[in-house]
Design a protein. Structure first.
Length: 341
């Protein structure tokens, strides 16, 4: 199944970079940052193997020069692929700066920070030696990999899942264990609750907030994994306002990471196996599948005309019957050519 995905014909994908008009300082900054992040002209290989036999990549991010960063849920640490390289390397070691299992990752070049969500998964059998417990937002220096910011999520129900950067440089984090979005202002080390709304509460037995991104309209968009729900959080003077549940053009199956493309368009991952383009229209979302057939994709990032997908295969983490098989599972990231219109 993996081998069949190694070739992705260019003509089979449509894409997108339409920057809408600026709607104030927030929208302008998001539009510029979100429009096909990166301008690398390197030819992308169809896939890149990740080092280690229990990597289970949970998310992926990139910088404009073409560098890729992949967070590891299964073994901890962050993997880096240098511009134009076809080989990945372990860059930030497991347990570094008190980190544990790495979920969301996001490169913020303006602050020279690689943000990462760290969670203690030892209760589920994923044990990574570290000096810290709990759920923590970590910030690493993008040039050196040294830890520089550590902000623990407070409260009894916390799980740091994914990250977006606001126009003022604040880091926004989805808390999967509660119906809330947290914010870390620049220069601070303590997270604050930015949005908390009962509408964001998942159905009984379902997981909470997951992916997060700013739209070119200046508002925040989030989803939930098991229910496949989409929400818009209106932003007024930098503060959270009305929360609206959006209606997708078709149901989403295990919606995960969201990344902005500009013009109020996004890439969105479905854990059921798909990479989609999502276009916001009023209180609705038009979903267009760009690529299907992945095994539990978890994250996406864009460099120039190429999207990169992390494929987690998370059943090998959480299913004890499969866990011992994981050394025989190749862990890779995949490229998807995008046609710019």
């Amino acid at each position: 199944m993996i081998a069949r995905r190694n070739h992705v014909p260019m003509q089979s994908h449509k894409s997108f970079c339409r920057l809408g008009p600026p709607f104030g300082r927030w929208a302008a900054a998001v539009s510029i940052a979100g429009c096909l992040m990166g301008s690398s002209a390197f030819a992308a290989p169809a896939s890149i193997d990740l080092p280690g036999d229990r990597v289970f990549p949970e998310n992926i991010t990139s910088t404009r020069d073409g560098t890729l960063y992949v967070g590891s849920l299964g073994s901890g640490g962050i993997i880096r692929i240098k511009p134009g390289a076809a080989k990945a390397e372990l860059w930030i070691k497991p347990g570094a700066f008190g980190s544990r299992s790495i979920f969301g990752v996001l490169a913020d070049e303006r602050s020279n920070t690689l943000w990462a969500c760290s969670n203690d998964m030892s209760a589920l059998g994923v044990v990574i030696a570290s000096t810290e417990n709990g759920s923590v937002l970590k910030g690493f220096d993008l040039k050196t990999g040294q830890g520089k910011v550590s902000a623990k999520l407070s409260g009894d129900h916390t799980f740091c899942n994914d990250i977006a950067i606001g126009p003022d440089g604040s880091a926004f984090v989805t808390n999967t264990a509660a119906p809330e979005i947290l914010r870390l202002p620049p220069g601070k080390s303590q997270l604050e609750v930015w949005a908390n709304d009962p509408l964001l509460t998942p159905p009984a037995g379902g997981s909470g907030l997951d992916g997060i991104a700013f739209g070119s309209d200046g508002n925040v968009y989030v989803d939930t994994y098991t229910a496949g729900d989409l929400f818009r959080v209106d932003v007024v003077d930098g503060k959270a306002a009305k929360v609206t549940k959006l209606v997708p053009s078709r149901p989403l199956a295990l919606s995960d990471a969201i990344r902005p493309l500009g013009g109020n368009e996004f890439l969105i991952i479905e854990g059921a196996g798909r990479l989609d383009r999502m276009r916001i229209q009023g209180d609705g979302a038009v979903i267009e599948t760009l690529k299907d057939g992945y095994v539990v994709p978890t994250g996406v990032t864009v460099i120039g005309h190429t999207a990169w997908i992390s494929e987690g295969q998370l059943a090998y983490v959480f299913d004890p019957a499969k866990r011992d098989q994981s050394p025989n599972v190749p862990f890779r990231i995949y490229s998807v050519p995008l046609r710019i219109r």
